[in-house]
Design a protein around this ligand. Sequence first.
Ligand code: TRP
Ligand code: SF4
Length: 367
Amino acid sequence: MDIRIDPWDYKIIQEYDKLFTVFGIQSIDSIPYKDLLKHHFFTRRIVFGHRDFDKWLNALRRGDKVIVLTGFMPSGVPHLGTAMVFEELKFFQEIGASVKIVIADAEAYAVRREDRGSTIKHGIEFIKHAIAWGIDPNKSEFYFQTAMKESYYRLIQMFSRKVTAAEMEAIYGDLTPAKIMAALTQVADILHPQLEEFGGYKHVLVPVGVDQDPHLRFARDIADRFSEELGFERPSSTYHKLLRGLDGNKMSKSRPDYAIFLNDDENVVRKKVMMALTGGRATAEEQRRLGGEPWKCMIHELYVYFMLNDEDVRKITEECVTGRILCGECKRIAVELLVGKLKEHKKKYEEVERTFNIEKIVKIPAF
Ligand code: TRP
Ligand code: SF4
């Protein structure tokens, strides 16, 4: 079957179940510790898959040293898809893990061709958004790829010796030197926390969108190859479904009309939501008679991912499928909820800007 995930240009994934058989991602259903994983991302299977997440949870429960590590490309303002990762990090902190957050400025510079100044500026903004979303800076470490010390860069050189172009192509498809550099750098991100130099062995969990799985397969292969020389163990990972854009295609900053950014103001949100793809019928009469199709609806997706508790999801779904609510009214409810959430975020962001000295917690790379 020709199915490949391209981390730099993923297509909307229709059937998440296929990823279990094609790539060997494990289903989240197999995970014990339901008592621990109460966040709706888990109970609603938005985080649907994993690799060795059970091992990481065992380590956490045993009281072994664990860490959660993930990264962001600092290009533009984060959107709601990015905020899913903020939300997961916040949750993992709440259950007792410390987190390490990579600002992937080397990747954004080389692969996305962002200019150096804006990768740094956006990176700093990203950190502020993360804190405003609720990530506890006292339990977090942030770093820019380009501000790391030599031993991290030395890893990239070492990895290059034990991988072939053919195997990278099998994972990533068409490669460029920039992508090769970015992939090896990301493996250094994922594996370096295990080294003595960076605090000694700890079990690493990488929560990401499933578009990032190729990097995890690559990191696991490399961990195996350096298990003797550097003592690496395979990292664990969890995968969330990718929040779609308001037109049903991918949510991406390159299609700003269909993404909700964390700094969008009320009018912008209203306009975007009003244009969104729904599961509504051609006419109001038809919708009252047949009901809507919430599983096709981007508004419903926003409710489920971000805005409503279980009881309210159940209610709105029922009103939708029975035709008791029509899309116009439903969208007005969604706008109110979303605007409220973003206003709250904005307030916190401004507070972070006023009160927080970012340079105290992260080394800003030299320009
Ligand atoms: N490639 C990731 C992205 O596109 C960013 C990233 C860099 C990352 N290093 C990482 C993600 C390590 C997880 C773990 O957003
Ligand atoms: Fe979507 Fe609401 Fe319309 Fe149902 S009524 S299709 S949930 S917008």
